[in-house]
Design a protein around this ligand. Structure first.
Ligand code: NAP
Length: 256
């Protein structure tokens, strides 16, 4: 199959491309570096021409309205103009329908854009990748880690998400728009638990976790556990502990 991966050079997208190639499919990277700009719409129709499936993993949290929403409008417009529209698989985030955080709102809006017209499409929401969970658990400074209220998180292995996306895109084509089960890792953690595990990994004293009050809808939603799936969920991939054990000491900082 010919599968176009938007954002195919990003953290997740590059893994999806490798996975598709390993399965014997033709994987095509589509992003600004290959001449496709979702925000302006330039090169989108050319990028997806002849695709059997499109895995939509391009995103820009700092320009989410232009790239995630507007870009998805451009993408779906091009998809619907194809003589045989490809199956679109969109990577979203667990909780986007419950949390008013602007990036999440944009992702939910992108889901809705994909649903318009009932083109064959699958929405796959995933929880935070392990590296992002570790980033959250190290917000703060020195011996202090910050937690938004009693926030919980069920981090997931990015490689497993990439594998499942490749399998969904190359598997049976749905007749219409559908939601896949949420993808999540095997365990739910509090910030205290994550920061303790990271401190053990790094060989230092665990930080004191200070709870910051949840002010505003987005923070309240984080604090109330909306990052953790509540409905149909598929768990798999390396656990956070297994992932952590494979990381350098000390664990590098950063979201990626
Ligand atoms: N990180 C997490 O924990 C997590 C969890 C669940 C779901 N997700 C979702 O997974 C997806 C991928 O995340 P990621 O961390 O892999 O992102 P990433 O590494 O930042 O990659 C995003 C890619 O999007 C492309 N892009 C940005 N602006 C573009 C534009 N205007 N036109 C075309 N392409 C553009 C970039 O390529 P160029 O620079 O070449 O344009 C980049 O390679 C996102 O939708 C995210 O919401 C992430």
């Amino acid at each position: 199959m010919r599968v176009v991966v938007t954002g195919g050079a990003g953290d997740l997208g590059a893994r999806v491309v490798r996975e598709l190639q390993g399965m014997g499919h033709e994987a095509v990277v589509a992003s600004r570096r290959t001449g496709m700009d979702l925000a302006s719409g330039e090169g989108v129709a050319e990028a997806i021409a002849g695709a059997d499936a499109v895995i939509h993993a391009a995103s820009n949290p700092t320009k989410a309205q232009a790239v995630d929403v507007g870009g998805t409008v451009h993408l779906m417009d091009a998809v619907r103009r194809q003589p045989a529209p490809p199956h679109v698989v969109y990577v979203s985030i667990v909780g986007v329908d419950r949390n008013p955080y602007p990036y999440y709102r944009a992702k939910e809006m992108a889901e809705r854009v994909i649903g318009l017209g009932n083109t064959p499409a699958t929405i796959v929401r995933a929880t935070q990748f392990h590296v992002l969970a570790a980033y959250f658990a190290r917000m703060g400074a020195g011996p202090i880690a910050l937690s938004i209220g009693d926030m919980t998180i069920q981090p997931v292995d990015i490689d497993w998400v990439a594998t499942r996306l490749a399998q969904v895109a190359t598997g049976p084509r749905p007749a219409a728009y559908q939601h896949h089960a949420d993808l999540a890792g095997p365990e739910v953690f509090t910030t205290d638990q994550l920061s303790r595990l990271i401190a053990e990994h790094d060989g230092r004293t665990p930080p004191k976790v200070v709870r910051v009050p949840a002010i505003g809808g987005a923070m309240r939603s984080f604090a109330e556990g909306d990052l953790v799936p509540t409905g149909d969920v598929e768990t798999g991939g390396r656990s956070f502990r297994e992932w952590l054990a494979a990381q350098p000491v000390p664990l590098p900082r950063g979201r990626h």
